[in-house]
Design a protein around this ligand. Structure first.
Ligand code: CMC
Length: 386
């Protein structure tokens, strides 16, 4: 008989010791390497934050320059990967395309030297640099166009938007997206990070680590929620319909996407920052009618579910920001993935520094010594298979 208590979803069960990030779900505090997310959102950049997460401290001027330079000159993707992506169905989800492309990198960079810091750095740079190029490439390909290559004089986020839309973006738009990437870069042991750690613990290559994490992020209970937020707002259609729509959800006990969190029992601090970013965009480019619906949703949910600790999470306002930036809805989660690569890599590196393969246990609930029934004596319901 097992002596340990089963915790569905591993709620509250520590699976590692980590110094990468910290969440206080009661006070709504998020820190990367001890630095408040609000400070990083205001003062840092995504690449600087990625460096902080992966290597543990903020880079000096020369270190940051060298890192940015390495990332800039690793943004190209092999033509075979681009050609492989051209064979993907246009109707396929961009997260599936990204997962396959991230895994394909392992075919081209198959040398594995997990003990070598130079290898770790090269792999981290390569993944940070190439993932946005692959996201943008699939977008161009499914529109029937050739992928747009990176432009070396553009910074990380400006270049991503340039490759995506085939034109250099507005400065505020690029800045806002860069802050979004910073906000999404890391978030302790969530499902995709755990997936990355489990894969890393087998000592496989970092491309497999990132590919498995991308697959995990895609689900609607995790990164995929931001897509569903926009679909919900679309379905609601008007401010007047918010309350009746939500009352119906409460009645049916169906979950409202973009709300609730395993750890946060107050409003997610990233949602607060994203809401401000959305407002900055609305000020410059015009208000989105969906924002009024979103505000009313937040009001009603706070009133009805706030006492149970269910508030807006990061995915609630990120969709509105991406929509205003002209990013298609099914690219919201790939954009989340671009950012979270930084966190996955930080956990990959940390896992390797004190590795033990993940091999948890289970509480067996099936029978023992069950007789083997010959096939002709088994009962089968043929219609189940027709
Ligand atoms: N709408 C309505 N009720 C909710 C919601 C919601 N969004 N979230 C939780 N609840 C209720 C849930 O029905 C349950 O009620 P009861 O105790 O009566 O059965 C209770 O709160 C606990 O919910 P849970 O699903 O057991 O909580 P969890 O910690 O396992 O799940 C969660 C956390 C994020 C999966 C969940 O809140 C959820 O499904 N939210 C909607 C999806 C979403 O927005 N996901 C993005 C999460 S943040 C970013 C990320 O991780 O990618």
């Amino acid at each position: 008989m097992s002596t340990c208590e089963y915790k569905p979803g591993l709620e509250g069960v520590p699976v590692t010791q980590s110094s990468i990030s910290y969440v206080d779900g009661k006070q709504g505090i998020l820190e990367y390497r001890g630095i408040r997310i609000e400070d990083l959102a205001e003062k840092s950049s995504f690449l600087e934050t990625a460096y902080l997460l992966i290597w543990g401290e903020l880079p000096g001027v020369a270190e940051l320059e060298a890192f940015e330079h390495e990332v800039r000159y690793n943004r190209r993707v092999k033509f075979r990967i681009r050609d492989m992506m051209k064979c993907f169905p246009e109707s396929g989800h961009p997260m599936d395309a990204l997962q396959a492309s991230a895994a394909a990198l392992g075919l081209f960079y198959s040398r594995r030297a997990l003990e070598d810091p130079a290898y770790i750095r090269a792999a981290a740079v390569r993944l940070l640099a190439k993932i946005p190029t692959m996201v943008a490439a699939f977008q161009s390909i499914r529109k029937g166009n050739d992928p747009v290559g990176p432009q070396d004089d553009l910074d990380y986020t400006t270049n991503f938007l340039y490759m995506l839309n085939e034109r250099v973006p507005d400065e505020l738009a690029a800045h806002v997206l860069d802050v979004c990437l910073t906000l999404h870069a890391e978030h302790t042991i969530n499902a995709s990070t755990f997936s990355a750690m489990v894969t890393a613990s087998t000592l496989t290559d970092p491309y497999a680590v990132v590919a498995s994490a991308v697959g995990t992020l895609a689900g609607p209970l995790h990164g995929g929620a931001n897509e569903e937020v926009i679909q919900t707002i679309e379905e609601i259609g008007s401010v007047e319909n918010v309350r009746p729509y939500l009352e119906d959800c409460f009645e049916r006990k169906s979950k409202i996407m973009g709300f609730g969190h395993r750890v946060y029992k107050v409003k997610d601090p990233r949602a607060t920052i994203l809401q401000k970013l959305a407002e900055q965009l609305f000020e410059k480019f015009g208000r989105d009618e969906y924002y009024d619906i979103a505000l009313e949703m937040e009001r009603v949910i706070e009133e009805r579910l706030g006492s149970r600790g269910i508030f807006a999470n990061v995915d609630f306002y990120s969709g509105l920001v991406y929509r205003k930036l002209g990013i298609p809805v099914d690219l919201f989660t790939p954009v989340f993935a671009i950012a979270r690569v930084a966190g996955w890599l930080a956990h990959w590196k940390e896992q390797l520094e004190a590795n033990r393969i993940f091999r948890p246990t289970q509480i067996y609930t099936g029978p023992h010594d069950f007789p083997y029934t010959p096939i002709e004596q088994r009962r089968t319901n043929a219609s189940e298979y027709s």
